[in-house]
Structure formats: C-alpha cells, structure tokens
Unconditional design. Structure first.
Length: 138
C-alpha cells in the first residue's frame, strides 16, 4: 500500500471487517508507519471498549435520561442555548414571543417541585437577561 489507509479502512481492520486481501494490505502498511500504528491502536481500544458495553445497563441509563436532563427538541438551537445561559432548571419548552416590540422567549422550566415560565430577552445580543416569571404548577 503506497498511500496511508483511510480512517474507515483502519476502523474496519480494528473490527475485523476487511477481506483477507484488504487486511493484508493494511497490516503491511502498519508494519512501516508509526502514525497509522497509533491510529490503529486507538481504534482497537475504542472497539474493545464498545464491545465491553453492557447493553442492558445502557438501556436503563437511556430510560433514565429524560428525567435527568433537558430533552427539549430545540436543545441545539440558538434559542435553547440562549435560555440555558440565564435560567436554571430543566427546559421543557420554548416559545417565541415579543416584549415591548422586541423578540423574546417564553422558557418553560421544570424542577422537582414546580413548573414555571420565564421571559428571556436579549438573545440577539451577547447579553441575554431574565424578565418576569410565573409559577404554573407545584
């Protein structure tokens, strides 16, 4: 093999997914290339770690996740990130609004004891702030 194997080829080699011919070419290259040896060793370590994962335990952890973390579908949006900067609690909903003609967010938060809505303004600037809030339930 004159060129370095692709990362995909090294990953497939770590999982024994290559044909004997492909495997031989990758192994021949690894015998002479320290950079690829390091990458291959790292990929083998990841493969071994993933192989050791207990799928039953992973399922239990996944089931518990909605109770432990923000699971709002907007989680990776700018609105969610803005709200997260200035609020505390589990974000369970976001809604666009306006306050004094300016864009605002209604951020619905849940804690162990209550659910409340908080007005967040200034998301378009670098300095968002919390405005009025209302308790929705206890």
């Amino acid at each position: 093999m004159t060129d370095h194997p692709t990362l995909d080829a090294l990953a497939d080699a770590a999982e024994d997914l290559l044909s004997p011919e492909q495997s031989g070419a990758v192994e021949a290259h690894l015998a002479t290339c320290a950079d690829c040896q390091a990458q291959a060793a790292s990929l083998r370590a990841v493969t071994a770690e993933l192989g050791a994962v207990n799928s039953t335990q992973l399922g239990k952890q996944a089931s518990a996740l909605p109770q432990a973390a923000d699971m709002d579908p907007h989680r990776f949006s700018r609105a969610w990130q803005c709200a997260r900067q200035v609020t505390e609690g589990r974000i369970v909903g976001l809604a666009n609004s306006r306050v004094d003609g300016q864009p605002a967010l209604l951020v619905y938060l849940r804690s162990d004891q209550s659910t409340k809505v908080v007005v967040v303004t200034g998301c378009a600037s670098a300095a968002p702030s919390v405005g009025p809030s209302a308790l929705l339930s206890r």
